[in-house]
Design a protein around this ligand. Structure first.
Ligand code: FA5
Length: 343
């Protein structure tokens, strides 16, 4: 009887070994494990029945049965490792990328010319020691008008065709809306530029838009003069246009400066079409500027007896028009890709 069991164990081992080593995938291997080592397998049945065997044979059969069990477990383990490696290799083989295939052509676009030129402007003034602030697009009547010396009912308010908004707010008509905050909140020397979008409720033409960009500049310190202002602006223009720029300074009136002026730039060398922008004068007005009015300094808590300063507000689109010979400001916000793609 006991010899029969030992023979059976040999047979189980031989048969299982050859089958397990031939198994081709992990699912079948698991089936083999259950068949040969599971609760209902021959081997486990033998292991359970050892207690019924003659005590003097028990040891031999026990040893042999455990030996077969360990051997089969070992073989299953080895086969599993082999199959996992094969599976991985197959996956690596199938899942690869040909890095030499040319990429699909993507149209990723680029920054709008206004953004590009705003960045150039910021870059130039930053190098000159200015810091940058941005305006609120909707601001209070106080900041857009009163704080820059244009009280309620003052006729000068008509200089700016304003989009009024509920609650005495306005869509800012100029970046001067930030003058009061900047002068009040900063310690001297104040050197700040404020690039931002402005809005005016006016008819459009080749050089006027209802929405356009200005870059305000503010400089306040002791002993600042018009000379400093003109030198700063000239240095900026030469950098922006990449060449010596002819500028024309003419007196002008703004309630928040005294004296005030405007600067125009020579456009006589631009295309024929540009004449409709310059109205044939050969000059295009680009900014308003002047020495900050004592009242504006005072309202913002800086003693005009001690401090002086200058400010300007330049139209960014007009500068870009001059730089690239663009003869209609309305192209900028037209959304026409034929225009945008040229930059
Ligand atoms: C002002 O807006 C003043 N705040 C400028 C200023 C600032 C003066 C600080 C003194 C001190 P003005 O309305 O002239 O000024 O506008 C200044 C510039 O903004 C113009 O020269 C022009 O370049 C641009 N600009 C004004 N209105 C328009 C418009 N509708 N479309 C395009 N650009 C405009």
């Amino acid at each position: 009887m006991s010899q029969k069991i030992l023979d059976k164990l040999d047979k189980i081992e031989d048969e299982a070994q050859s089958v397990i080593q031939e198994v081709k995938n992990l699912d079948d291997l698991e089936k083999q494990r259950i068949e040969n080592l599971g609760r209902k397998s021959e081997l486990v049945k033998i292991l359970r029945s050892i207690k019924d065997v003659d005590p003097d044979k028990r040891d031999d059969i026990g040893k042999k049965a455990n030996y077969v069990k360990n051997k089969l477990e070992e073989t299953i383990q080895t086969q599993r490792k082999k199959l996992v490696e094969l599976k991985l290799e197959k996956e690596i083989d199938e899942d690869w990328i040909d890095v030499t295939v040319p990429p699909k052509k993507l149209n990723i676009g680029h920054l709008h010319p206004i953004t590009q030129m705003q960045q150039l402007t910021e870059n130039i003034f930053t190098r000159m020691g200015f810091d940058i602030e941005y305006p609120y697009e909707i601001d209070s009547e106080f900041h857009n008008f009163d704080a820059v010396n244009i009280p309620k009912n003052h006729p000068a308010r008509d200089m700016w065709d304003t989009f009024w908004i509920e609650g005495d707010n306005v869509a800012i008509t100029h970046t001067s809306s930030m003058q009061h905050r900047i002068i009040k909140s900063k310690e001297t020397p104040i050197r700040t530029i404020i690039p931002g979008k402005c809005f005016r409720n006016e008819a459009t033409d080749a050089r006027h838009e209802h929405t356009f960009y200005q870059v305000e500049g503010i400089y306040v310190d002791r002993g600042i003069t018009m000379n400093n202002m003109l030198g700063t602006l000239k240095a900026f223009f030469d950098e922006f246009f990449g060449q010596n720029t002819n500028i024309l300074f003419t007196p002008d009136f703004f309630p928040f400066v005294e004296p005030g002026g405007m600067v125009s730039i020579d456009c006589s060398n631009l295309s024929e079409g540009f004449k409709k922008v310059s109205k044939g004068t050969g000059w295009l007005e680009v900014l308003g500027c002047g020495m900050i009015h004592p009242k504006v300094l005072e309202m913002a808590g800086k003693d005009p007896e001690v401090y002086s300063g200058f400010a300007w507000g330049v139209g960014l689109e007009r500068l870009i028009m001059l730089k690239y010979d663009i003869d209609d400001i309305r192209l900028f916000h037209s959304g026409d890709l034929r225009f945008i793609r040229q930059f």
